[in-house]
Design a protein around this ligand. Structure first.
Ligand SMILES: [Zn+2]
Length: 408
């Protein structure tokens, strides 16, 4: 029988959301820090079955059973421990030791190491004397150095081979650099050049906090203004949210997520105390991203900027057509349309346009949390809806900062 190391089991436990897992079999509703439902392992009429997402465990106060994600699946699907481990590992995308020797997995580990090394290189550049100009830029944008460090900001130096020469000293091959999206092969020659040059870099991390991609912003008028990593085997656009690893605890605690469009807005929101903020990574808000938020909160509030390099507009339609998006106000500086059908094509009556003259975090006190009175301010764009008794996708709302009711 296969035995698994504690490290592997921990990795799977971290990657699996126990509430998500249990919700497949039990209707759960939020009860403080926990989720509550009718125990699937004994007959009962009042819920005494609790799931604690923070600890990753469940417990029934009726029949006394309890355990972690593995224990739940073993009991629920009548699996042996190794079977449950394999099932959850597969679901979580964690490779088990017996598979780790495979070429694919070795490649993945190498890519992760490459990204980690590159990230350290870029961060180092930002805080060295040569990063002076970049640090001035951060100061101009009002970004606190402590926040810049927390978010792992970096600087890609000017020049074609800065990262490359560093990576050579770390025995990273050009092939690995290309596979990681950090270098581009020169046409017709067997050499490569750095993808990111003279840019401020935002580290894009997965939920485990591993760097999987970068977003690079130009300091001046160079085009493109934003240059992102290409998709790699580590990074699939639309599957991740920027800063989700940092924001997750606050999202869980406040039972809501604030979604902004740009990296800088996201940083600034955190800096102003809105630590439940994530950014959409320059893509439309996708169902996968919604699914990610669903694991941690009931409410997603969108703050999309109408004039952020013109990128705001394209975000609305796709997102709005998401079946789970209950309400969406597309970003625009135009007044609300008279027709109930907004520009984004959503038939929802509450789908109206918002005006976004100033970022919300600069104008408003934190918007009211859902865990508050349950009633929104009178100027709230969407009607208040009774909370569904079962776990479901987070409600998606867009909020115009000018209308935030909690302004003080
Ligand atoms: Zn029970």
């Amino acid at each position: 029988m296969a035995s698994y190391s504690q490290a592997v089991l921990d990795e799977i436990r971290t990657a699996v959301d126990v509430v998500d897992l249990v919700s497949r079999f039990v209707n759960l509703r939020k009860a403080g820090q926990n989720w509550k439902g009718l125990c699937p392992f004994h007959m009962e009429k009042t819920p005494s079955f609790m799931v604690n997402p923070k600890k990753g465990i469940f417990h029934c106060f009726g029949c006394g059973v309890g355990g972690d994600a593995f224990g739940f699946l073993m009991r629920q699907d009548k699996l042996s421990f190794p079977e449950a481990v394999r099932a959850l590992a597969k679901q979580a995308g964690v490779a088990l030791p017996e598979e780790r020797g495979s070429a694919g997995e070795r490649g993945r580990e190498e890519l992760l190491r490459t990204m980690e090394l590159a990230w350290r290189f870029y961060v180092d550049k930002l805080w060295k004397p040569e990063g002076e100009q970049a640090r001035q830029y951060l100061a101009q944008r009002g970004i606190d150095p402590e926040v810049a460090r927390r978010f792992g900001l970096g600087l890609a130096p000017e020049g074609w081979e800065g990262l490359q020469s560093f990576m050579r000293s770390e025995k990273v091959t050009d092939d690995a650099l290309v596979a990681a999206g950090l270098a581009i092969p020169r046409e017709g020659r067997a050499s490569v050049y750095d993808r990111f040059r003279g840019r401020l870099l935002f580290a894009i991390r997965d939920l485990q906090g591993r760097v999987v991609a970068f977003g690079g912003r130009a300091f001046g008028d160079e085009q493109p203004k934003y240059l992102n990593s290409p998709e790699t085997s580590l990074y699939v656009k639309g599957n991740l949210l920027y800063a989700a690893d940092l924001a997750r605890p606050a999202i869980q605690a406040k039972n809501r997520a604030l979604l902004v469009e740009g990296y800088v807005d996201c940083l600034m929101a955190h800096q102003h105390g809105f630590t439940e903020t994530v950014a959409a990574l320059g893509t439309a808000f996708t169902p996968a991203q919604l699914g990610l938020l669903k694991r941690y909160c009931d409410d997603a509030i969108l703050f999309f900027d109408a004039d952020a390099a013109g990128t705001g507009r394209r975000s609305a339609p796709r997102s709005c057509s998401s079946p789970r998006a209950r309400a969406w106000r597309g970003p625009s500086t135009a007044p609300a349309p008279s027709s109930p059908r907004g520009r984004c094509g959503c038939a929802s009556r509450s789908c109206r346009r918002a005006t976004t003259p100033t970022p919300f975090y600069e104008r408003a006190a934190p918007p009211p949390s859902r865990s508050g009175s349950g009633r929104r301010g009178a100027s709230s764009p969407t009607p208040s809806t009774a909370r569904s008794p079962t776990r479901r996708a987070p409600r998606v709302r867009a909020r115009g900062p000018a209308r935030s009711p909690a302004r003080r």
